[in-house]
Design a binder for this molecule. Sequence first.
Ligand SMILES: Cc1cc2nc3c(=O)[nH]c(=O)nc-3n(C[C@H](O)[C@H](O)[C@H](O)COP(=O)(O)OP(=O)(O)OC[C@H]3O[C@@H](n4cnc5c(N)ncnc54)[C@H](O)[C@@H]3O)c2cc1C
Length: 466
Amino acid sequence: MAPNQSPWLAQLNRTRPVTALSDNIATDVAIVGGGIAGIMTAYFILRDTDKKVVILEADKVAHGATGHNAGQITSYFERPLSTLVEQFGLDMATRGQEAIESGWALLDTVHEEANLTTNMYRFTGHAGVTTLEQLLVHLENNWCRSESRRLDLESILVAEEASYLKQIPAKYVNLYATLPHRDILALMETRNTAYTAVVSYQKGCTNSALLAEELAGYMLAMYKDRFVLYEGSPVSNVVLGEHEGVLHSLKHTVTAQRVILCTNGFENFTITNEHGRDINGGFHHAVQGTVGYMAGYVEPLNRDPVAISYFPKSIAYDDEPYYYLTRRPHDVGDLPAGRQETHQHNLVCIGGPEKKLDDAAIYSREEIYEESIRDEIDMFLHANYEHAADQHTQYAFLWHGLMGYTTSGVRLIGPEPLNSVLMYNLGCNGVGILPSIYGGKRISEIVAGKEVEPSMFDPKESTMDV
Ligand SMILES: Cc1cc2nc3c(=O)[nH]c(=O)nc-3n(C[C@H](O)[C@H](O)[C@H](O)COP(=O)(O)OP(=O)(O)OC[C@H]3O[C@@H](n4cnc5c(N)ncnc54)[C@H](O)[C@@H]3O)c2cc1C
């Protein structure tokens, strides 16, 4: 049994003391939650408007899912694009996909503008599939991409030797290529011959906690007179009026013209709407809480960064747990004082095992990490990743984090229909880094009074039945 220890938090080197709310204050925009969603939302509002912004964070910046994820920068939804097309129509669904992919450019811009030093790696990532059924899902997604004329195609490569090759419908003929099975296995870095096709697209890696923390520091320095960050300041109640909201935290209040929830989905506060019908604030009842487990080990810096997902035969599609691996350079700490050079290794992280929670409110970050989960990951690693050591792997990090799945699997970004003082940029849905960044930009446009096109991320009146 091990404590919950993430490599991302281990890399934080913050010296800033925690400052909690200690007075009643007023601001233009109050953001609840200091994960990547809250930090990015604050950044775009500060950059693109003249509004004053306050963040209230119950714990410390980036100590939620942002500090306990896999650190993979990726743009897919945890449900097939084709099903989003069925739900929202081709135009809206593919605009939504394009919006998430725009997060890449936004991330680059933020990185440059704020002179961030947090490492980001970008490369082609791979997902290996084992059955015709899985492959057809990806081909149909690619067909939607091609029909939309606004999205790049994913590269889909199928083994010439695949037994199902002749069963692939003619409709998809231009959407994949074939090549020898051994080349598929090489891309997947596996000797497991069950993987007979590979889907490749742009992916990347970063430490989203370090990124959020660094950006918080930048905003505190850059926008001294317009930005305040309170940590250790849980919000217990939000009261919404016609033109403003009042947030209650630690016996004090923050009054703001806009209140933006960037709480991932697991807030523990009540929302009282004094200007309109009741808003059900119990997200944690509507959002399925799922604990994701990860393990990471360090090895010599002898391979390029990569991200690979593995879909074994038992999986119909990625709404079921699947394994994913990332590899990226990692600074190993413990250098003697005064030595400046970095001590780079590769960090290999593997995730997959999940546990669904009946009530996400019962999740504890302090919960210990069961050995059986580490063993499960280790077994997967040795059966699938060709570079795994011969023996059991010594994991330097074992960690877990809470993910929230809305029933639609789509993030909520925008104003609450029952009272637009309240806005959302939340709903982790397994992949949250790029969606949070895009969400922050869209929220800032709405706050600036810009007309935005309707989108599949718009909260509906039944928001709370997401
Ligand atoms: C195991 C795991 C693996 C993942 N892997 C990936 C991945 O590879 N790629 C990817 O893109 N995404 C991944 N995700 C999802 C991604 O990490 C999240 O979607 C993203 O970090 C969410 O950011 P956030 O700011 O919305 O939420 P969080 O980081 O959880 O931040 C929300 C913050 O709100 C605060 N808060 C909540 N309630 C209150 C309150 N009442 N008052 C004040 N503050 C409050 C919390 O303390 C928290 O700090 C993964 C998640 C997990 C758990």
